[in-house]
Design a protein around this ligand. Structure first.
Ligand code: HEM
Length: 142
């Protein structure tokens, strides 16, 4: 169960990075031409849905991870727990809120502008910055 979740969480990271990138390129074109393409809509939707899934898997990992379970007794003293809770999960949850908020504001706006889209760009930076790149790049590697 743990290994399967960890591998899914690991792989979904690449889908999120791809969906976010395509969505941002689409949003930039949308802001420049004032026309939203179908693939931009799909990429934005995919980014939101995949992020929601990543949150569910991440929360489940807190419950089943043997590395993290030991940290529940002493959350701040246990280095891996402190790292994954404070420096990974927390900023990722903020990024998730920004993705929901940004895509909602863009969808609702009559004249989309960067003032509506900035949460998406910030979310992408947070997502890249707080991914644990020292962990395997693909399931089973390293
Ligand atoms: C949305 C909230 C998220 C939560 C609550 C969460 C939680 C976690 C937890 C608890 C672990 C550690 C599991 C372990 O080592 O036993 C983990 C690992 C990891 N997370 Fe997240 N995560 C979230 C979002 C993300 C996002 C958005 C990405 C990347 C785009 C990501 C990428 C990773 C990677 C690459 C690992 C290491 C996987 C491995 O070692 O194979 N996480 N996450």
């Amino acid at each position: 169960m743990y290994t399967m979740l960890l591998h899914l969480h690991n792989t979904n990271r690449w889908l999120l990075i791809l969906a976010g990138l395509v969505a941002l390129v689409g949003v930039v074109l949308w802001l420049r031409t004032s026309r939203q393409t179908n693939w931009t809509r799909i990429a934005l939707r995919a980014w939101v849905v995949l992020f929601d899934l990543q949150l569910l898997m991440g929360l489940a990992l807190f419950a089943v991870s043997p590395i993290l379970r030991a940290g529940f007794q002493d959350p701040f003293g246990h280095e891996p727990f402190r790292y994954f809770a404070m420096e990974h999960a927390l900023p990722m949850m903020l990024a998730l809120v920004l993705v929901h908020w940004g895509s909602y504001r863009l969808r609702r706006s009559e004249e989309p502008c960067f003032c509506h889209a900035w949460p998406l760009f910030l979310a992408y930076v947070i997502m890249l910055a707080t991914t644990p790149w020292d962990r395997p790049l693909f399931p089973g590697m390293g």
